[in-house]
Design a binder for this molecule. Structure first.
Ligand SMILES: [Zn+2]
Length: 307
């Protein structure tokens, strides 16, 4: 919806997107109303409970987003939701939504993330657990959650070009996301633990979600097409364009032409990163931009990251 607004500039799309975000967690609760309307019937019920009604935190609907303090609930849903909140915060220049993004980002990347960039450590509910509960062997760390984390990082960079968001993006891409697909391009990990004992998997139920090798497909097949999507849209993540600058987030070989100020900046990036720590960036533009307009991003002091 926020992307539709950017394309059309129709205010109603932005208003509706903001309604979806701000309505969550308010009383009377939508889930409760629907539950009663449907004569207390429900579709998904892990543990025999009306899941959406009794565990609203699982879908980040337990509190208004402005009151949430920790990354919680289903990890993929969380980062998808926060991607939208960060996008809204920039489009609406809304300080409260920006503070929500900063607070929840900080909790997630300082206390609830694996060294690989995996998030959502528990298999039950494919969800976040509590601060620092990051077991290596029973880790869930769904591939889709890492992809969603890249999306969230991209929108944070567009809001304020700070290299710490690009650092997380890079860590996730080169570890969990690339690690979740085989060289043949046909086998995948849905779950990305940091430690696996193949002989133990079949005999211990706590590893029921773990596979020792990448699989051809899954009954719930969200991750394989999501991996394809992130690779085919990687151009959105390599750079963060601003009105007077172009920030480089990922050192991936490419050629690009971007309007900066009144001139088109053309770059050729090459090298063999991450296998070699040398990246060459050639400016191919015929003219240097001399007209500088104020950068729309908040932190103009953010530096270009070194390989
Ligand atoms: Zn998935």
């Amino acid at each position: 919806m926020t992307r539709l607004y950017e394309v059309t500039q129709e205010q109603r799309y932005l208003t509706l997107a903001n309604y979806f975000v701000e309505q969550r967690g308010t009383e009377p609760h939508f889930y409760d109303i629907e539950y009663e309307k449907r004569r207390q019937s429900y579709h998904v019920k892990p543990s025999g409970t009306p899941w959406m009604v009794e565990n609203k935190a699982h879908s980040q609907a337990h509190l208004p987003i402005s009151e949430q303090r920790t990354a919680t609930g289903h990890a993929v849903r969380f980062v998808y939701l926060m991607t939208a909140v960060a996008h809204l915060a920039r489009l609406r220049q809304n300080e409260q939504q920006r503070q929500t993004c900063l607070r929840l980002w900080q909790n997630m990347v300082q206390r609830q993330i694996y060294i690989t960039g995996g998030i959502g450590s528990q298999s039950f509910g494919e969800a976040f657990s509590s601060d620092y509960d990051l077991p290596n062997d029973t880790a869930y760390a769904e591939s889709c959650a890492s992809i969603g984390l890249m999306m969230f990082a991209r929108r944070m960079l567009e809001m304020e070009v700070d290299s710490r968001y690009a650092d997380v993006m890079e860590r996730v891409l080169y570890n969990t996301i690339l690690g979740s697909i085989a060289f043949d391009g046909c086998h995948y990990f849905y779950v990305n633990p940091l430690e696996v004992h193949p002989k133990t998997l079949r005999s211990n139920g706590i590893y029921g979600h773990v596979r020792a090798v990448r699989q051809r497909w899954f009954g719930c097949a969200c991750c394989p097409p999501n991996i394809a999507r992130i690779f085919t849209s990687i151009g959105h993540y390599i750079y963060t364009p601003c009105s007077d600058a172009l920030y480089i987030n990922l050192y991936i070989g490419n050629r690009v032409a971007v309007l900066v100020g009144e001139h088109t900046l053309q770059l050729l990036m090459s090298g063999n990163y991450p296998w070699r720590d040398e990246v060459e960036i050639a400016v191919e533009s015929a003219h240097q931009s001399s007209t500088r307009s104020p950068c729309a991003c908040r932190n103009g002091a953010a530096r270009r990251r070194r390989p």
